[in-house]
Design a binder for this molecule. Structure first.
Ligand code: GDP
Length: 546
């Protein structure tokens, strides 16, 4: 059974009636909140288990997040997840490493994309980009990286599966540089080509971390540290080649630079074999030593909320229907300032209403555990959160609102119609609910009318979730009629008529009134732009995914 480290005692006890702000700052300073971005099969689950193993939260790899290890299901929701062999749930795994508290936010691992995956990245302070040594940068990694770049999130790169034949290390560095625009600054460098992983040269001190295989990778210490002399005696040409390549790197300016890393211009790189636990301790050390702690957070008014200000948090994910018996709704919040204490009453800035945090939990996959106190950087799952929507800000003390979460350009569109037209009320309620949870984006137009809204999603998986919930939760089965569009851009009222008149396009409104123009493909969009450059046709996020 997986167990989770209980939140360690505060580093500094608030003095009686005194230094509460000091305690918040000390707790925030030792937190590292990050997510792993990768393409399916790059080894994210394996790495997650290995991280937890190193942090000594669990005794044996495979207990936390193993796909094979999933236990019995509690609901139809979980059945669906199980049937597809995918993870729909996502939350945070918390563990202690050295003096730090690490929060690893789970990004759903399935092949289909969803907005949930993107939104998790609004709640982290850093990302680990996990690359399969044989495959290099794959599609989903690039999409997630685009969000990191847009948000200015520092990225640590881990080249995984070096124990298997794959690309050349220098080639991979070129690929990272060319496709992400980041300067790769390797902290370690492989000794032995991919498929013949001997170990890594640690560029920070020149030593050799020798890779020692352990059966099934289920123990913690697969490495041994050797001096350069001992390394040369042991590995011969492989060591000297690694040394030569490292000199090349130094000459080309590929040394770690903290400032450009934090600014999102360079990325420290590590070489690893997650399945053997090799390179995992180095990753944890890198997170603790280099990744940023939570900082004061910009608010919607152009100011910022200081870490030591009273409690504030924002909802980055809402999940319903996890438990068929209770139909509970869980809101995941990322704490931005102050201290969270279970039972505290907070205000929801989008409604002005109070919300009592009677039930608060750590949630990771199937594991839930009550939580009493949490600090900036931590993630808390609030139960019975029917009144909370994605993007809502919660606070105590002086009011604050965080900027609305970006919506991401949907790529799939379908008209939804109630199969039983007598149940229009249920249909409406369900669609509204799915929209407020951010399960799907809902687009409307006068032409299509209220009974036939257009559902817009980033990944087709979101359609499945929506139809499943419309039938089982809202008792209004829907029929979806796919539309031939693949591209959505923002337009405005002035341009709308001309855009809509163009062949193969349509203009619809989002819930907040924003107008979106839909195109069959980017060539249609490009040709309209060329023909009518005066029309407003803007990307939905600055880091528009091409
Ligand atoms: P995810 O889809 O990104 O979560 O990938 P998984 O963690 O499920 O890994 C996909 C497959 O790659 C599994 O069969 C793993 O055992 C394997 N794998 C993961 N890391 C490594 C590694 O470092 N070396 C090798 N050889 N296989 C690995």
């Amino acid at each position: 059974t997986a167990t989770r480290a209980t939140t360690p005692a505060p580093a500094a006890d608030p003095a009686p009636g005194g230094n509460a702000a000091g305690a918040v700052l000390a707790e925030a300073a030792r937190r590292r909140t990050f997510a792993v971005i990768s393409h399916p099969d790059a080894g994210k689950s394996t790495l997650t288990e290995a991280l937890a193993l190193h942090a000594r939260v669990i005794g044996q790899a495979g207990a936390v997040h193993g796909k094979a290890g999933r236990r019995g299901t509690v609901s139809d929701w979980m059945d669906m997840e199980k049937a597809r062999g995918i993870s729909i749930t996502s939350a945070a795994l918390q563990f202690q490493y050295r003096d730090a508290v690490v929060n690893l936010l789970d990004t759903p691992g399935h092949a289909d994309f969803s907005e949930d995956t993107y939104r998790v990245l609004t709640a982290v302070d850093a990302a680990v980009m996990l690359i399969d040594a044989a495959k290099g940068l794959e599609a989903q990694t690039m999409k997630l990286f685009a969000v990191c770049r847009h948000r200015g999130i520092p990225v640590i790169t881990v080249v995984n599966k070096w124990d298997r034949p794959g690309k050349d290390a220098l080639e991979l560095m070129d690929e990272v540089a060319e496709r992400t625009g980041l300067t790769p600054t390797p902290l370690t460098w492989p000794v032995g080509i991919s498929g013949d992983f001997r170990g890594v040269l640690d560029r920070r001190d020149g030593t050799y971390r020798r890779f020692t295989r352990t059966a099934g990778g289920a123990t913690i210490a697969p490495e041994e540290t050797l001096t350069p002399e001992a390394a040369e005696a042991r590995e011969g040409i492989d060591w000297t080649r690694a040394q030569e390549e490292v000199e090349l790197l130094a000459a080309s300016g590929a040394d770690h630079d903290q400032e450009t890393f934090l600014a999102g211009y360079s990325t420290p790189v590590l070489f690893a074999s997650a399945v053997s636990n090799f390179g995992v301790a180095a990753l944890l050390d890198t997170l603790v030593d280099l990744a940023p702690a939570p900082a004061d957070r910009p608010d919607a008014d152009g100011g910022s909320r200081a870490l030591a200000d009273p409690f504030s948090a924002f909802v980055f994910k809402v999940q319903s229907g996890m438990d068929a018996a209770h139909r509970d709704r869980l809101a995941y919040v990322r704490i931005c300032s102050g201290v969270f204490e279970r039972g505290m009453v907070v205000t929801n800035s989008s409604t002005g209403r109070p919300f009592a945090t009677k039930y608060a939990q750590h949630v990771f996959g199937r594991e839930r555990e009550s939580i009493d106190t949490a600090w900036p950087g931590d993630v808390v799952g609030l139960v019975n959160a029917a009144a909370l929507g994605v993007g809502d800000t919660l606070f105590t003390g002086s009011p604050v609102s965080y900027p609305p979460l970006s919506t991401f350009a949907p790529e799939h569109f379908a008209v939804a119609r109630a199969m039983d037209t007598g149940r229009h009320k249920q249909f409406r309620r369900g669609i509204d609910q799915l929209e407020s949870e951010g399960v799907v984006q809902v687009l409307r137009s006068d032409r299509r009318g209220d009974q036939a809204p257009v559902l817009a999603v980033v990944g087709p998986m979101q359609f499945e979730v929506a139809t499943h919930r419309m039938e089982h939760e809202f008792h209004s089965p829907v029929a979806l009629e796919p539309l031939p569009y693949t591209v959505a851009v923002r337009t405005d009222a002035t341009s709308a008529a001309a855009v809509a008149a163009s062949r193969g396009t349509e203009v619809l409104a989002r819930g907040n009134g924003e107008l979106l123009a839909l195109f069959r493909d980017k060539w249609d969009l490009r040709s309209l732009r060329q023909r009518s450059p005066e029309l407003t046709l803007e990307p939905m996020v600055a880091a528009q995914l091409d």
